[in-house]
Design a protein around this ligand. Structure first.
Ligand code: FE2
Ligand code: FE2
Length: 236
């Protein structure tokens, strides 16, 4: 596990960064420090592509990314609310920024960061009110991966089976078919996944178009079905 603090966070107090990363390591495997580092890389690419955002909001974006999943381990469902509160409390009570940056950081800036933490989730249905919220949510989404969506849909349905259910070929095929329909409902051109998607700074708009083409075509669906049948046993 990497213990070094990413250079892009050198405006923060290193002790506080360690504290936050250690909190993240209490999360489920998908939300530990490696995830934070991945999102930080994506956020830096977004900042590089958008000089105005970089100029005005760089430190807000990077701080919000560091904090965004720090409270998953407490309560996954409310981790966005808890994370926003956690940051505001830390800002009031601890040395979040290093000595050089601290005097320049006003409470208003801290509120923008907390708001971005609050609004980072894919399930967020409200508006994302600032460019910081847009950028953090876009960085957190990352590269879309439809095989992963399909696997998750299948795993969810397997998880809901009554204990002792015997897996037959018919049941397997039914689960795969339902999962393919779910993926189409969620990620097709009219899919609800895209309704509040943070497209403003999202770097993978073409990949999204590609996914939609695949899951809406017969050939694409056939391919996905074959893939699911091949992998099914590893998802049990
Ligand atoms: Fe999250
Ligand atoms: Fe995340």
């Amino acid at each position: 596990m990497e213990n070094n603090i990413p250079v892009c966070l050198n405006f923060l107090n290193p002790n506080w960064v360690h504290t936050v990363l250690e909190l993240c390591d209490r999360n489920d495997k998908a939300h530990q420090r490696d995830h934070i580092f991945t999102v930080l890389k994506e956020a830096q690419a977004i900042l590089q592509d958008n000089p105005e955002l970089d100029k005005h909001w760089r430190f807000h974006v990077l701080t919000a990314v560091l904090v965004h999943d720090s409270c998953c381990w407490m309560d996954r469902k409310n981790h966005h609310v808890l994370g926003a509160g956690f940051f505001l409390e830390a800002f009031e009570q601890e040395e979040v920024f290093n000595d050089y940056f601290a005097p320049a950081f006003l409470k208003a800036g801290a509120l923008v960061i907390a708001q971005a933490v609050l609004e980072h989730r894919a399930s967020w249905t409200g508006t994302r009110i600032s460019p910081v919220s847009q950028a953090v949510a876009a960085a957190d989404r990352g590269i879309p991966n439809y095989t992963k969506y399909l696997r998750r849909a299948v795993e969810y349905r397997i998880g809901r089976l009554k204990e002792g259910t015997v897996m037959t070929t018919v049941l397997r095929d039914q689960i795969i078919e339902e999962s393919l329909n779910h993926v189409l409902d969620k990620f097709g051109s009219e899919g609800y996944a895209w309704k509040n998607y943070p497209f403003e700074y999202y770097r993978y708009k073409n990949e999204v178009k590609g996914i939609i083409t695949v899951i809406e075509s017969k050939a694409g669906r056939d391919q996905l079905r074959d893939y699911a049948k091949l992998e099914f046993d590893t998802w049990l």
